[in-house]
Ligand binder design. Structure first.
Ligand code: BG6
Length: 488
């Protein structure tokens, strides 16, 4: 709803437009509008202004206490749509947005099909928006997809990964493809390694049921981080048409090395937060969040090392990490280049000093932006070469349209570039499933007393478990904690 309000502010809502609210706890229209207004006031980054709220409010309807398990709910939807169409004197295009738990997808899809609400043609389309996780494992994802395909075509299905709606994530591709100077560097000849970090300060925010099923790997790494990785590392597409871009993402994901099960433990570290202090506030450990988590073995932190076995990236490690209750909310990519081949810096005073390694840091949030680290000697007879930064400064916190606004507009326009195709979902599962199987095996050993329970293993407010440092340090590298790029 905040995204729709933003679209109303920007005057981007179509003239003929209605929002139909459904759900078991949904009230009748007058009360629904008041409830939605308070939501917008809480979550919207702009102040609530009646002149922008009114056009949206006037287009809202709700079906009170609508239970998806009841056939009558879908008859009510059908009736409301027909009333709208009578009023408009034309057929309506429809977007069904599933803001529900994935366990409800099946029944909703079946009922939409049974009631003929899936029909789409060139004059009047129907689209379906679903949110991750698209299943809890590969088999589950395939089952969900088969169900969808019983009544909808792939073109009608828009799978949201809201990270792709972030301008800074779209900018990864723009930065790569529109700057010739970086294109020759984008390969194993120049790149030493890459780090992708999504760190959050929040915990599970009351979503215990959800998180107990997903953990950090399914919630963040399988989706957001792999999508960021795909934009960063894929081959240039034949065109910037949605299918060409998505084909390249699939190829990239397919090139990620699968490790033999007996070796997989060498490529991953997982963690779970204990109590601690985040932004000066004392917060409980994951096991104290809720009675259901008291002996949980679910990870709230994960770090992985992966390799992309294609000619461009063969041999370059990509370190991926994500964690809840870390010291800062920050998402960034760090690309470390190799050291120049010259053995030392070719000026008298610098003899013996090694040239530094350049790096490219791409800030995804909070600000967006890019920083290049270069070596430069400040003026002065006795000065040596120092690190100097060149940056494109982010303004995202001020001007960024929120991810959902962009994605909603794209659904209405029928542009699927920033949505995930089922074959991408399959490849993402193929990457993470061996790691999840490894975790589940370890869980069993812990429960049987064969190995000690090592959770919790990091304090809230720290950068993850100490093992994660050892994990990268043994490769002669260290985690980078990139400062957000300042505003102008
Ligand atoms: C969601 C995850 O997809 O992304 C949450 O389910 C996470 O656990 C959130 O907190 C992070 O998104 P953002 O846009 O706030 O970085």
């Amino acid at each position: 709803m905040p995204a729709l309000y933003h679209l109303s502010r920007e005057d981007l809502l179509p003239d003929k437009f209605k929002v139909l609210g459904l759900g078991r706890r949904i009230s009748k229209t007058e009360k629904y509008v008041i409830e939605m207004k308070s939501r917008v006031e809480i979550y919207c980054s702009h102040a609530m202004e009646e002149r922008f709220w009114k056009p949206l409010k006037d287009r809202m309807i709700s079906i009170e206490s609508s239970d998806i398990n009841k056939h009558s709910t879908f008859e009510d939807i059908q009736r409301e749509i027909m009333a709208i169409e009578d009023d408009w004197g034309r057929k309506a295009n429809k977007v069904f947005f599933f803001a529900t738990s994935p366990s409800h997808f099946k029944v909703i899809v079946q009922k939409l099909i049974e009631n003929g609400l899936n029909k789409s043609d060139s004059k009047c389309w129907t689209r379906l928006v679903i949110e991750k996780p698209f299943g809890l494992n590969l088999a589950d994802a395939d089952r969900l997809n088969n169900l969808l395909l019983q009544g909808f075509s792939e073109e009608q299905v828009y799978r949201i990964d809201h990270f792709l709606g972030k301008e800074s994530v779209q900018n990864i591709l723009i930065f790569r493809m529109s700057n010739l100077m970086f294109q020759p560097l984008w390969n194993n000849e120049y790149v030493d390694h890459v780090q992708i970090t999504i760190s959050e300060t929040i915990g599970v925010e009351g979503r215990v049921d959800f998180f107990q099923q997903t953990g950090a790997v399914l919630d963040m790494l399988q989706s957001h981080i792999l999508q960021v990785l795909a934009f960063l590392a894929m081959e240039p597409p034949a065109s910037f048409e949605p299918e060409d871009i998505r084909d390249q993402k699939v190829l990239l994901l397919r090139s990620i090395r699968r490790y033999p099960s007996e070796e997989i433990g060498k490529y991953v570290v997982r963690g779970q937060y204990d109590h601690g202090v985040v932004k000066s506030v004392h917060v409980p450990g994951y096991r104290d969040e809720d009675p259901r988590t008291s002996d949980s073995l679910i990870e709230t932190y994960a770090a992985m090392k992966i390799f992309i076995d294609n000619p461009r990236w063969r041999g370059v490690p990509f370190y991926l990490r994500t964690g809840k209750r870390m010291p800062e909310r920050r998402s960034f990519i760090y690309i470390q280049l190799k050291r120049p081949l010259t053995k030392d810096i070719p000026m008298m005073l610098q003899r013996g000093q090694q040239p530094m390694k350049n790096s490219i840091s791409i800030d995804i949030q909070p600000k967006g932006g890019v920083k290049l680290q270069l070596g430069w000697r400040p003026s002065g007879l006795l000065e040596s070469v120092k690190q100097a930064d060149l940056s494109i400064e982010g303004q995202m916190a001020v001007k960024e349209p929120k991810a959902y606004e962009r994605l909603l507009v794209d659904v209405i326009r029928g542009d699927s570039t920033l949505f995930i195709r089922h074959d991408e979902v399959r490849e993402m599962f193929r990457v993470v499933e061996p790691f999840l199987q490894y975790f589940r095996k370890e869980d069993e050993q812990i429960r049987n007393g064969e190995i000690p329970d090592y959770f919790p293993n990091y304090y809230a407010g720290t950068q993850g478990p100490p093992e994660a440092d050892t994990f990268i340090n043994k490769d002669g590298r260290e985690w980078v904690w990139v400062e957000p790029i300042p505003n102008y």
